[in-house]
Write a protein that binds this ligand. Structure first.
Ligand SMILES: Nc1ncnc2c1ncn2[C@@H]1O[C@H](COP(=O)(O)OP(=O)(O)OP(=O)(O)O)[C@@H](O)[C@H]1O
Length: 340
């Protein structure tokens, strides 16, 4: 189901507007991540999709249906939260069956469907266990199967992996990807972890202070950030940021540029016909496939992942260099312009 917000705002009871003019469309059948720092508005946005919160102004559509005034049940969404909230006294099978029982689905139909879902999420060998006897990852699988039981219009996952340890998180994010692709259900996944969003999602909506910063594919967010917030939030190691004044001697920058962001992999050994910066090597680290050097450009530190020997000059690869004004907006750089 495709989900559309038209100029939606949300003001909580305390009178503070926390979501501002949200206007977007989530394509049918895709996995969308809502990504941003704490307080950015991810959960509020998810709750507006689910119908647990009502929009203060604006309209929400599921396909061609306006659902603005409909509640969660009428919208037919499936939800999974970080604390799985399985029924502890029921078996795995009973947990998955439960929503269908409530919806009065015939017994043989619901049992068959529950078994198929258990198989899909790979807990079909755990059907008679109680949730307490399962690992965190297995409980999360059951919660997903239960949320899929009623063929939801949209599947909503609110920080589903945050209670799992690092290894299990990686395993489960791949599983969520697989399950989403096998079912084709439009899925919204909330996370504050950029690497999780980058690995799992078809498209990512970056939210900060209740405003959509950019809604794009992982690749585009990384390669073509529209503002300083996105450039900073996406990428590991984090983008280098240098005052424009430190680079004006070497690069033709717009007059209003205040900061230049440089991706760690955009700092390379000197090559012909590219801007060259004088640097000193401060620290070089290489362990296995992880390599990183800290360079100094005057008073500023630059992290690069491309150089692991002492150098006194580097080149900048234009693909990973962005100029921003005082408001953090991206400005074009004139790469072919001549320095004065
Ligand atoms: N019930 C509420 N009443 C008043 N303000 C709220 C309420 N819930 C959230 N907020 C405020 O709304 C803003 C967005 O919060 P929201 O929980 O949507 O962000 P989030 O991105 O999900 O953050 P987190 O990762 O911490 O959950 C925050 O400023 C928060 O303080």
């Amino acid at each position: 189901m495709n989900v559309r917000f038209e100029h939606v705002t949300l003001t909580y009871n305390n009178g503070v507007e926390v979501l501002h003019d949200m206007d977007f469309e989530l394509p049918d059948g895709e996995l969308i991540a809502l990504l941003g720092p704490s307080g950015g508005g991810k959960s509020t946005t998810l709750n507006l999709v689910s119908g647990l919160l009502r929009a203060t102004t604006g309209k929400i559509f599921f396909g061609n249906d306006e659902v603005t005034e409909k509640d969660a049940l009428q919208r037919g969404v499936g939800m999974v939260f970080q604390n799985y909230a399985l029924y502890p006294h029921m078996t795995v099978l009973e947990n998955i069956v439960f929503p269908m029982k409530m919806a009065k689905v015939a017994k043989d139909v619901r049992n068959e469907r529950a078994r198929a879902l258990a198989k899909l999420v790979r807990v079909d060998d755990q059907l008679n266990k109680k949730p307490g006897a399962l690992s965190g990852g297995q409980q999360q699988r059951v919660a997903i199967a239960r949320a899929l039981a009623k063929n939801p219009s949209v599947l909503l996952l609110d920080e589903p992996l945050s209670n799992l340890d690092a290894r299990l998180r990686v395993e489960m994010r791949e599983e969520i990807r697989r399950i989403q692709q096998e079912t084709g259900v439009t899925t919204i996944f909330v996370t504050h972890d950029q690497s999780e969003a980058m690995h799992v999602a078809d498209k990512i909506m970056v939210l900060n202070d209740g405003v959509i910063q950019q809604f794009d594919s992982p690749q585009s967010l990384y390669q073509n950030p529209q503002n300083q917030f996105v450039a900073r939030f996406i990428g590991e190691p984090v983008i280098n940021e240098v005052p424009a004044t430190a680079l004006r001697e070497h690069l033709v920058l717009p007059a209003t540029a205040v900061t230049v962001g440089i991706r760690p992999e955009a700092i390379k050994k000197p090559v012909m016909d590219t801007p060259v910066l004088p640097v000193t090597a401060e620290r070089i680290q290489a362990f296995g496939r992880d390599r990183q050097a800290t360079l100094r450009l005057g008073d500023y530190r630059l992290i690069t992942t491309e150089i692991i020997e002492a150098v006194d000059q580097v080149s900048l690869d234009r693909a990973g260099v962005y100029a921003f004004n005082a408001a953090g907006e991206r400005l074009p750089i004139d790469w072919d312009g001549k320095r004065a």
